[in-house]
Structure formats: C-alpha cells, structure tokens
Design a protein around this ligand. Structure first.
Ligand code: SF4
Ligand code: SF4
Length: 232
C-alpha cells in the first residue's frame, strides 16, 4: 500500500485532500504546547491540560498506530455536521483500503476496527501539526492551518492505521504569508501578532462570532473567487 493509492481513494470517497505521515512522538510540539498552556494562553480550555502524552504521541492513543492519514474537507463540502461527514468519509476510506489491499493480495491486516481510530475534533490530537508535516499546508500569521489550494476554511480529521505505508519524503511547509499582515490588522481582539495565539483575546473563542482573520486572508479570497492561489 502506498500513499499515492490512498490519496486517490481518498478523493473517490469525497475528501478534498489527504496527506500521510508515519506515527511518531512530536517532541517539539510537546515543548511548545506545554509552554503555551503554562503561560495560561489557552484560557478556559482546561482539556488542553489533560492527556498530554496522548496528544503528543498517537501511538499512545491507538495501540499499534503506524500511519496517520489526515483528511481535509472544505467548509463547503462538509456541511453543518462536519464531524459526521468527515468520519463517514474516513471510515469509507478505511473500508476501501481493506478491500483494495486484499484484492491486490496484500496482507490486509488493518485490525483497528475494535478501537477508536477515526477522529475529528474528538481526541487529543495535534491535527494541524500533522497536516503541516504531511505537506498539506502551513500555519499562517492568523494561527490557522492554511491549505495552499483550499485556504483555511477547512476541517481536518484523522484515520490511524496499524500498518506502515510507503510515503514519499514529507515536505512540511513553512509560512507563506510573506509580508502580509491583513489578519493581524483585522483582529478585533488583538489576539494575533505574536508568536503565540492568545485565546483569551480571541472573540471567536469567547463568542464564536468572528471569522475576520480567515475572511480577510488572500488564501481564502482566491478560493471564494475560484481563482488560483495568491502570490504574496
Ligand atoms: S477569530 Fe477574530 S478575534 Fe480571533 S484571532 Fe481571528 S480575527 Fe482575532
Ligand atoms: S491574512 Fe496574510 S498574514 Fe494573515 S494568514 Fe493570511 S496570508 Fe498570512
């Protein structure tokens, strides 16, 4: 089973994109997150203080985890109940992988069916970090995951496989914001502009009624106008 085949099937089951990474412990993220939480910048999101080890190493979350498949759905394609849409697509992908592997005479040993191994906002999972490592996008100055083709108005979900997958060398993307500072200027709470996003100042975190830092972003503007990605 190779990554390219899985990406093709992912498109067939309705995912807008999909990336793959070998499961491992995210040492750098553990240091960053622990520091961020210690400073209290996570506000009232006390769940971030729990399950730290599960968060940094998916092998602690899913027994035998070897590969993380990161699925992407745009807001437009995921509908109101995006958790359900995402999980359905990921379970369908898994079903197809088992069928394909068996048909090709592979070992077909996907054996996670009895434990939770499909996630969408439902587990301590560093979704954005895995997506960046898989080369799906970068973290912008708005602290959102920005897919280079689909923008930041996307949902991310994970299918954890207990088999290794042949993955081309990953290409994590560094920031492609360039000199743009639109989101920082458009933020009513001044939650942006520093290395760390301050949840306590974010209007969306407090009231769920702010999308300024996404609406103003040229990566999303071009998606809304159905144009090619911007050159900043
Ligand atoms: S959602 Fe609104 S308040 Fe929060 S960081 Fe973005 S622009 Fe600022
Ligand atoms: S608005 Fe500009 S600076 Fe902010 S995330 Fe988008 S490209 Fe980056």
């Amino acid at each position: 089973m190779d990554a390219h085949t899985i990406q093709q099937i992912a498109a067939e089951v309705g995912l807008d994109d999909c990336g793959l990474v070998a499961a491992h412990r995210r040492e750098a993220d553990a240091t960053f997150m622990n520091d961020w939480v210690a400073k209290g910048l996570h506000g009232n999101m006390s769940y971030l203080e729990r399950n730290q080890e599960l968060r940094y190493d998916p092998r602690q979350l899913v027994t035998g985890a070897q590969t993380i498949v990161i699925g992407v759905l745009t807001y437009a394609h995921s509908g109101h109940d995006y958790h359900r849409t995402m999980k359905s697509a990921l379970y369908e992908l898994e079903k197809r992988l088992v069928e394909e592997d068996l048909r090709c005479g592979g070992n077909g040993k996907l054996t996670n069916e009895n434990q939770q191994h499909v996630f969408c906002d439902s587990a301590p999972f560093l979704e954005r970090a895995w997506a960046v490592e898989a080369g799906l996008g970068f973290i912008g100055k708005n602290h959102q995951l920005i897919h280079t083709r689909l923008g930041s108005m996307i949902h991310v979900g994970e299918l954890v496989l207990n088999v290794p997958v042949q993955i081309d060398s990953p290409h994590p993307l560094s920031s492609r914001c360039g000199s743009c500072t639109r989101c920082i200027e458009a933020c009513p709470g001044q939650a942006l502009g520093n290395q760390e996003w301050d949840a306590r100042k974010c209007v969306a975190y407090i009231t769920h009624h702010c999308l300024n830092c996404q609406l103003i972003c040229p990566y999303n503007e071009s998606i809304q106008r159905n144009e090619n990605r911007p050159c900043i």
